[in-house]
Design a protein around this ligand. Structure first.
Ligand SMILES: [Zn+2]
Length: 219
């Protein structure tokens, strides 16, 4: 099953994506990671990523499709997070999958308010040693400022208030179109992301099971 997860920064879509891909054995395509890897090799991309902006949409599409081809990934078992964000990317992905007899089976949006996004991201900390992510509000470390592994916790360069604002505005302006597009196709499932992690996860599992049952029924 191929699943697309949407949601503003701080909605917990990364946490949910890990849980879902773990439970269903999906390849987790995390474009945040992919972008940061590209940034290490490319100054221009580094500037874009650090300012909280997005890699231009067509360019990102090429990187993602190249990645899918290069890594020999099972194109029927992927969880997409952070891509697609635009209608053009969604259609490019759908067309690419079609050539491999695959499709997007499910699109989920995890929704939280603007205020909640800013509050949650400002509280995010990352370990400089093992890159584990903590949240001072929802998932604080046992020892202040320190990771389980002993590494120091810092705020990621793109988690400052200015970058969050930029990302949020980008999210609202750009993903809005994709959300509208998916809603018009009656294809978007909305999940309330303001609740505890386990509750959200249970809801998503139910949606996946329903979709699986429907797809099996068709065969
Ligand atoms: Zn650590």
């Amino acid at each position: 099953m191929n699943i697309v997860i949407l949601g503003p920064p701080g909605s917990g879509k990364g946490t949910q994506s890990e849980l879902i891909s773990g439970k269903y054995g999906l390849y987790y395509l995390q474009t945040g990671d992919l972008s940061r890897k590209l940034a290490e090799k490319n100054e221009r991309i580094k500037e874009i990523v650090n300012s909280g902006k997005l890699i231009p949409q067509e360019e990102m599409t090429l990187y993602v499709l190249d990645h899918l081809k290069d890594e020999n990934i099972d194109l029927n078992n992927i969880l997409f997070e952070g891509f697609p964000r635009f209608v053009s990317q969604y259609e490019a992905l759908e067309n690419f999958l079609k050539t491999k007899s695959a499709t997007i089976n499910l699109a989920i949006s995890i929704d939280i308010s603007r205020e909640e996004t800013i509050k949650r991201i400002s509280a995010r900390r990352i370990c400089i040693k093992c890159t584990e992510v903590y949240n001072l509000i929802t998932d604080p470390p046992d020892k202040e400022g320190l990771c389980r592994c002993g590494g120091r916790l810092i705020q990621r360069e793109d988690d400052n208030p200015e970058s969050i604002e930029v990302r949020l505005r980008y999210y609202e302006n750009n993903t809005k179109e994709l959300i509208k597009y998916l809603e018009n196709r009656n294809f978007l499932i909305r999940i309330d992301g303001s609740r505890p992690i386990q509750e959200i996860f249970n809801d998503i599992v139910e949606v996946i099971e329903n979709t699986n049952a429907k797809n099996t029924g068709k065969n």
